[in-house]
Write a protein that binds this ligand. Sequence first.
Ligand code: ATP
Length: 243
Amino acid sequence: AESTPAIVVDGVVKTYGGVRALKGVDLTIPAGTVEALVGANGAGKSTLIGVLTGRVAATEGTVTIGGVQPKPGEPTASRAAGLVAIYQELTIVPGLSAEDNVFLGMTPSSAGVVRGREIHRRYLELCSRLGVRIDGRQMARRLSVADQQILEIMRALVAEAKIILLDEPTAALSDTERVALVRLVKELRSQGVTMIFVSHNLEEVLDVADHVTVLRDGRVVQQGPVAEWDRTRIVDEMLGEAG
Ligand code: ATP
């Protein structure tokens, strides 16, 4: 039998006054896959991300996360359903150590209160599982943006995220950092984490995604497995110059 999809977006419409930002979006993301979401500026990506994360209440339609429908417009409900979004504006606490930041994400269900040495031990385990090399005892403020972003991803895992949405995760990174992030995304995928990868970098999209969704003018204009795509076709679909 088919497993429950990670995400089902069904007929989502969002209007702001007279502006129809989303005009009826349908999207199913199978569990354990990486879905790339691409679109030109104004296509509706941010609005769709908002609806997925519960920051924005849809005017019509529903979002189902791991089989449950979180209350629209409530970010805590989407999180509880298993979706954690990581934005370019990071939420790392600069005055805490790297490892304390990661374990800030701990949920009540993750085995009681852990402190000090136990956090350090678990942090090392998580690093080794993910192939991450960041000194857990460093103050977060001393780390690069790239490392802080990796800590956010680790925090999402500690928070038992089933689906991680990465909004332009490499936009502020150097080439080396970009490679490290892409490697981490692939590692997470191999460990069964579902991801939504929002990026303008099409080489990267083609590298990490299983499936590509193109939004244009508030609609999904094209969707398909990554093997069916190349850069030119994505750009044509984004701009509406296909066929
Ligand atoms: P970008 O990549 O520039 O963020 P986007 O694809 O994320 O673009 P959205 O930000 O979702 O696109 O915007 C889609 C449409 O909805 C645009 O026409 C935008 O002007 C409009 N829009 C978005 N937010 C609001 C708002 N709060 N009030 C009014 N109109 C809005």
